[in-house]
Design a binder for this molecule. Structure first.
Ligand SMILES: Cc1cc2nc3c(=O)[nH]c(=O)nc-3n(C[C@H](O)[C@H](O)[C@H](O)COP(=O)(O)OP(=O)(O)OC[C@H]3O[C@@H](n4cnc5c(N)ncnc54)[C@H](O)[C@@H]3O)c2cc1C
Length: 347
């Protein structure tokens, strides 16, 4: 049976950074990810393949989109090497300084943060460097005339609101060069998939998986670095249970080939790995799920585990029937939604 200093469950933001830092520090690390690897170019686009791109092992589906349904809340999370970074909208905002209240009076609802913004600054900087953040280019064509960006900027001005281009983990241009769509990213093939990458072509498909490797997803950044430092990355490995003895964990998982037939049986092999440390980074739903299923291994866990959930703070809006004044008359305003990136501005 394998033994590691640490087993990390999940390869999203939490798990990837953790696997990298531990491996960099010389620890032996095994990362277990239930989903498969999606190298640039492998994200489905056709109707049939897209319809099958869901996580439902009981139906022989091992795709990216995992939909959870509760009585008052539905959630979409990602299954795949890189976790949510494969489907997220690339916006890497820092939490504003005034949202770190240090005493009860300062925080809404008595919220208290044991750390300060200043303490986090060096870590924010490190993450921004590894994730290669860039703002959506505001000068030059074709960026300057992106219709939906221009519309958001105009709307903010009309409403008297601040407007900014947020930091995005997307490569628009090579370092020190003007951004150009679709040119090879220098050194871009040095990733765990070994495939070339290209600068953003503005096709607006960020949330479906970027087939050009322009998104600086975790498989292309932290996980590639973790692998270079010797971390063992295992895909198709869904952790189901864990047990604790005095000084180690035994972690049981299902290993799947992930190329099963749609509506075919779930061919899974049971495996066990042991580790001195177990890090659960299976996401906001996956980690509580694992903890609730394995309460006996963590006897001192809080009874509030799995309660007080909310959706995230994003506001999802849809624009339709947009119009503008042209030659004194009202005319349809074309916003060309699939041109540009998924998210470009914060109001
Ligand atoms: C459409 C969309 C757009 C978003 N846009 C943004 C954005 O622009 N900016 C932003 O900051 N946030 C955004 N988010 C949110 C962001 O993606 C999440 O906050 C982030 O991914 C959470 O990271 P995590 O490591 O906690 O979990 P995840 O990224 O969800 O990773 C968990 C990983 O664990 C794996 N896993 C789960 N259970 C098991 C198990 N039992 N065994 C093995 N592996 C397991 C999963 O397959 C997954 O890969 C977006 C989310 C979505 C869905």
């Amino acid at each position: 049976m394998d033994f590691f200093d640490a087993v990390v469950v999940g390869s999203g933001f939490g798990g990837s950074v953790m696997a990298f830092r531990l491996a960099e520090a010389g620890k032996s690390v095994c990362l277990l990810e239930r989903g498969k690897a999606f190298p640039p170019g492998s994200f489905p686009r056709g109707p049939h393949a897209t319809a099958a791109n869901f996580w439902a092992p009981d139906h022989g589906l091992y795709g990216m989109f995992d939909v959870w349904s509760f009585s008052d809340l539905d959630a979409v999370v990602c299954s795949g090497l890189g976790g949510g970074s494969l489907i997220y909208a690339n916006v890497l905002l820092r939490k504003p300084e005034n949202w770190f209240p240090q005493d009860d009076s300062a925080g809404a609802d008595g919220e208290y943060w044991p750390i300060t913004y200043d303490q986090l600054v060096p870590h924010y900087k490190q993450v921004e460097t590894v994730m290669g953040v860039q703002a959506y280019p505001s000068h030059g064509e074709p960026y300057r005339s992106t219709p939906k960006t221009a519309a958001m900027r105009e709307a903010a001005h009309l409403l008297g609101l601040d407007w900014e281009l947020p930091p995005l983990a997307v490569t628009f241009g090579n370092p020190g060069q003007q951004p150009v769509p679709g040119v090879p990213i220098l050194g871009g093939e040095q990733n765990l998939h070994g495939v070339p990458r290209y600068t953003c072509r503005l096709v607006g498909e960020c949330d479906l998986g970027c087939n050009f490797g322009s998104k600086n997803t975790l498989d292309l950044t932290y996980l590639s670095a973790a692998k270079r430092h010797g971390a063992v990355l295992r895909t198709g490995c869904e952790v189901r249970s864990f047990e604790r003895t005095a000084d180690e964990f035994a972690i049981s998982y299902l290993k799947r080939p992930l190329d099963g037939d749609e509506d075919g049986p779930d061919h899974a092999e049971r495996c066990v790995v042991r580790a001195r440390r177990l890090i659960l980074a299976a996401g906001a739903l996956g980690t509580p799920y694992l903890l609730l299923r394995n309460r006996s291994a963590v006897p001192r866990i809080s009874p509030t585990l799995g309660t007080h959930f909310s959706g995230n703070g994003d506001f999802l809006g849809f624009v339709f029937q947009a119009w503008e004044k042209r030659g004194g008359a009202e005319a349809p305003r074309l916003l060309d939604p699939s041109f540009g990136v998924m998210s470009r501005e914060v109001v």
